[in-house]
Design a protein around this ligand. Structure first.
Ligand SMILES: [Zn+2]
Length: 106
């Protein structure tokens, strides 16, 4: 399966859409869909029905998954939005590098 360069816990900059220019933390990735969930971003209003008869329904805002192509990874060492290089170490591990400062991104 195609592996995404962004993973849970990463900080990303949103480049397209209503949250463009904002950063956020990745809560979940959906590799099969090529989408990710960013904390507090791409919010949609969800209508919640009342739980009991006579109770009140509400509209709550929840994040919805957006395409990975909308975001760029923010490098934890140089704090810039960057592209990512993926390399295999001699031991066969997968290692991500920042294309701007070359630092290894955990
Ligand atoms: Zn960097």
């Amino acid at each position: 399966m195609f592996k995404l360069k962004v993973k849970t816990g990463d900080s990303v900059l949103i480049r397209v859409g209503k949250d463009r220019g904002k950063t956020g933390k990745v809560l979940r990735v959906f590799p099969r869909e090529g989408r990710l969930l960013v904390e507090g971003r791409n919010l949609v209003k969800k209508h919640v029905r009342p739980r009991r008869a006579g109770g009140k329904g509400q509209r709550i805002e929840v994040p919805s998954p957006m395409p990975v192509a909308r975001v760029m990874l923010v490098c934890p060492s140089c704090q810039k939005a960057t592209r990512v290089a993926v390399q295999r170490t001699p031991e066969g591990r997968r290692e991500r590098h920042c294309k701007k400062c070359q630092a290894v991104i955990p």
